[in-house]
Design a protein around this ligand. Structure first.
Ligand code: 13P
Ligand code: 13P
Ligand code: MG
Ligand code: MG
Length: 366
């Protein structure tokens, strides 16, 4: 049977600043979906990562479906109403338009979707990140799909021998979707040359070259390109199919043990290490560090199992200690150099005003 998985996520309000949504907000989103979702989705699941509330749908309506997107939008509007009632911070933060117009893309929420013929067993992982942007997935997903140092299946499994096709988007282009398709392993150096620039080039999807099937879908939204000003970080979501012609679950998770430095953290304007966290984790230190959760599921005839919380394991406790140390290390240098993002990426207008004020005070010495 052909099914579609859609993750649609938004920050529609949180407790104590940008830490986490309230229990009532999450409950309202679930209640709304239970009440209005019948006949639209086959199944759904709701969780939060930091202050972002993510809905996973399984359905048969294909990607970009207006009914599914509207259902998510309306559930977030219902959540926003609770957030307003409770006086939560940033109520409705990611709902950038006043009314829904066919598709949530370009309206604030992040979307990752894929349609495929369901395998007899269909395991996949739902990744959700907070306090960072879509380029945060570039390195771990490159390593999981193109590097035998992380993905032993590239050597051991006959199902991955041909490698994978990477579709990469230039997210600085705002007139439309500017994309390039490159094949691993032949074009590895070209792929790496693009993916090193996390703020401009972002993996949008990956396909198996053995079967042509979709393996990965990443949300590529850049909120500051939509809104023209800072409205919170993009906090990306990602779907990864695993096993068979795709990496084993553990291979897809493995590169997240690097805790690599990403853009985001406090005010979306700093560099911090990406920490793998358990389901429904909040953020804390310096509104961070940037976090990512990974929930494994199986889906059968559109019905989702309960999630397996992939980063809830003693091994990842050890990694979290190491990542905490990396976060502390870079914070020691405050605003200086690599610790804060370059001017073009700063998410706050205050610095622009400051520069305008200082500009006339500069003199060129004769
Ligand atoms: P969010 O994008 O997660 O809302 O965070 C915004 C922020 O400014 C954190 O300091
Ligand atoms: P099993 O033999 O336990 O199914 O494991 C296969 C596999 O893919 C391990 O990564
Ligand atoms: Mg927020
Ligand atoms: Mg967030």
């Amino acid at each position: 049977m052909k099914i579609t998985l859609s993750i649609i996520k938004a920050d529609v309000g949180s407790i104590g600043g940008h830490l986490k949504p309230s229990a009532q907000l999450l409950q309202e989103v679930k209640r709304y979906l239970e009440e209005k979702g019948k006949g639209i989705a086959l199944d759904f699941f709701v969780a939060h990562t930091g202050d972002d509330c993510a809905i996973l749908f399984s359905h048969t309506r294909g990607v970009g479906n207006d009914k599914v997107h509207k259902l998510a939008w309306d559930a977030f509007v219902a959540g926003t109403n609770v957030a307003k009632k409770e006086g939560l911070y940033g109520a409705g933060q990611d709902l950038l338009k006043d009314s829904f117009s066919g598709n949530v893309r370009g309206m604030g929420p992040a979307v990752a979707e894929m349609e495929f013929e369901e395998r007899p067993n269909e395991p996949f992982v739902m990744f959700c990140a907070d306090k960072t942007d879509p380029g945060a997935y570039n390195l771990p997903i490159y390593l999981a799909f193109a590097d035998p140092m992380y993905n032993s299946g590239l050597i051991l499994s006959p199902n991955m021998a041909k490698g994978f096709k990477f579709t990469i988007m230039d997210v600085s282009y705002t007139e439309g979707d500017r994309i390039i398709e490159l094949n691993a392993p032949e074009e590895l150096y070209d792929i790496a040359a693009l993916l090193r620039d996390n703020e401009r080039f972002v993996i949008e999807s990956i396909h198996s070259r053995e079967t042509g099937e979709i393996a990965v879908s990443v949300s590529t939204t850049r909120l500051h390109n939509i809104a023209g000003k800072y409205t919170g970080k993009d906090d990306p979501v990602m779907l990864v199919r695993v096993q068979g012609p795709f990496p084993a679950t553990g291979e897809a998770l493995a590169p997240f043990n690097i805790g690599h430095y990403v853009a985001g953290f406090m005010r979306g304007s700093h560099t911090g290490p990406l920490m793998p966290v358990k389901i429904n984790s909040s953020v804390s230190y310096f509104d961070g560090p940037p976090v990512v959760s990974a929930l494994g599921f199986c889906v059968h005839e559109g019905k989702l199992t309960e999630p397996a919380d992939a980063f809830d394991h003693p091994y990842w406790d050890y990694i979290r200690q190491q990542v905490s140390r990396k976060a502390t290390e870079i914070r020691q240098q405050g605003f200086s150099g690599a610790a804060m993002l370059p001017y073009s990426e700063l998410e706050y207008g205050g610095i622009v005003k400051k520069m305008e004020k200082l500009e006339p005070k500069f003199k060129v010495r004769k």
